[in-house]
Design a binder for this molecule. Structure first.
Ligand code: HEC
Length: 156
């Protein structure tokens, strides 16, 4: 039984290695990682936004899980993939990250800190009923928007 498990594990490791190699062919790894992080923000925010608007039926456990995910994600260290030299000026269309993120007077870190605080506050009340979601979600969405406005490339 132990042998079967270790064989299965080897297969998983081998597959992961293949994916990692293949990934190198399409896109800068740092840009891909931060975009994936953002997709997780979007997914969890979407669940809560749907409940706040009444488009998705409120469920305390689902709401709390999504809010906890936002709080956890926003407090993770992201230094490994906000790498200087990977802005839109450097990589072109692979990324929408503006070079100003890495400037000395960048407020991106501060906005990230505000988002983490807002997400933690949201997680504390997300289980308290549908009406609690909207007001606590507002400051989280405002942090997303503030950072995108300042530091994400937009064609408009
Ligand atoms: C501190 C700044 C900052 C915060 C906070 C932030 N974003 Fe972003 N976001 C960015 C930047 C910069 C990009 C462009 C990244 C790239 O293309 O390399 C981005 C890209 C995205 C994308 C596109 C990802 C892709 O696949 O190309 C989505 C979706 C997104 N953000 C959602 C969110 C949501 C939802 C929140 C809040 C819960 C949020 N972001 C908070 C800076 C931020």
């Amino acid at each position: 039984m132990k042998f079967a498990i270790s064989l299965a594990l080897s297969a998983v490791i081998a597959t992961t290695a293949t994916i990692a190699t293949a990934g190198g062919h399409s896109g800068n790894p740092a840009a891909k990682a931060r975009q994936a992080h953002m997709q997780l923000y979007q997914h969890n925010l979407g669940i809560l936004g749907g409940m706040a608007k009444g488009e998705v039926e409120y469920n305390a456990d689902t709401a709390t899980a999504a809010a906890n995910n936002l709080a956890t994600l926003s407090s993770m260290s992201q230094v490994g993939y906000w790498t200087p030299g990977t802005s839109r000026d450097d990589l072109g269309e692979e990324t929408r990250a503006l070079a100003a993120i890495w400037s000395a007077d960048s407020t991106a870190g501060a906005i990230g800190g505000q988002m983490a605080a807002a997400a933690t506050a949201l997680a504390a009340v997300a289980g308290n009923g549908q009406a609690a979601i909207g007001p606590a979600l507002g400051p989280v969405g405002a942090a997303c928007g503030a950072c995108h406005k300042a530091y994400r490339f937009s064609a408009n």
